[in-house]
Design a protein around this ligand. Sequence first.
Ligand code: NDP
Length: 330
Amino acid sequence: MSSEIRAIVAEEQDGKVKGRLKTLSTSDLGDGNVLVEVAYSTVNYKDGLAVTGKGKICRRTPLVCGIDLAGTVLSSEDPAWKAGDRVLVNGYGLSEDQHGGYAQQQRVNGAFLVRVPEKFSFHDAMAIGTAGYTAMLCVHAVQDHGIRPDHGPVLVTGAAGGVGSVSILLLKRLGYQVAAVTGRPELADYLTGLGADAIIERAELARDSKPLEKERWAAAVDSVGASTLATVLAQTRQEGVVAACGLAGGVSLPSTVMPFILRGITLRGIDSVQCAMAHRVRAWHDLATLLDSAALAQSTVTEPLARVPALAEEILAGKVKGRVVIDVNA
Ligand code: NDP
C-alpha cells in the first residue's frame, strides 16, 4: 500500500535541474530491495551542488536528492537485513542515479547499507554523515602511510567545513598536532575548541606556490584542491602523505612533480562514493571508537527538510560551519 511522504526532489526548472520540497507517493521511490524509514540526512558540499543545480550531480530526473541517510529498516527482500535494523548509507550514487536521503522513506539496495554502530543514535550517525566518514577515510590514509603523532603536525584545509571539522576532532583524539587552515579567522575559537593547535589563514596557502617550499607538515587532509593543494604538496615533509578529497577551492592542481621526486610525497586520493564495503565498515567502527555525541555536538546544527534548498546555497557560499543534520520528519 502506498502512502504520501515529503522529499526534496530534483526536477528540471527553467532549463536547470534544481531540488525543491515535494510530496511523493511511496510508489515513486527507488526500486531497491530494502525499505528504510529515514530519520535523518545531512547537507554536504555535494548536496549543495545537486540541490542548487550548480553541479551536474543528478544524472536523471525526477530524483530524490541527499547523498546520505540513517534510519530503520521497515521491510527487506535482502536476507542480510530485517525490519528494525538500524542502517545508514553514504554515497553509492544516492542523489546521482539513485533516489537519495531527503525523504521520509527510501528504497535502497541492501548492498549499500552499513549498520549504525550501537553507540550512535541516528542523529549522531548523520552528525558525522558523508563528510565525517570521508574525514575518517582521510585519517586512515594518514595512519596507513605510517605517519605517527611524533612525526610532526598534520594540516587540515577547509577546516571549518564538514570534512575539516571532523578531521580535526579525529586527529586530535588520535594524538596528532593539528594545524587548521581557514578563510574564516572569526571561527578560530570554534576550531581550537575542536582540537586545532594552530590556525592558518587561507590566503597563506591559496596562492601561487614554489615547486618546493619549507617542509612543515608530516601529512595533510585537503578538502579544497587547486592552489591550496599545490602549496600543501610543496610544504609536506619528506615521505609525507596528502589525502585529497575535495574541490571547495577548485578542481585544478597547479603543481609540479618536484614534491614527488625530491621528497617522496604521496598524494592519496579519497573517494567515499564507491569506496569498498570493508573500508566503510572499518571507518564506521573507528568513528564509533573515537567520537561521541558530546564531541559531535560542538560542530552540528539540526534543520528541517524544508530548509535544504536554502542550506544548499549557504554551503556553496562557504557559510556553513561544521555539519548540518537534516530532520526529514520536521
Ligand atoms: P563544506 O562546505 O562543509 O567545507 C568546505 C570548506 O572549504 C569550507 O567550510 C571552507 O572552509 C573551505 N572553502 C570553501 N570555499 C573555499 C575556497 N574558494 N577556497 C578555499 N577554501 C574554501 O564542505 P564538505 O566538508 O561537505 O566537503 C568539502 C569538500 O570535500 C567538497 O569539495 C566536497 O565535494 C568534498 N568531498 C569529497 C568526498 C569524496 O568522496 N572525495 C566526500 C565528501 C566531501 P573555511 O571556511 O574554514 O576556510
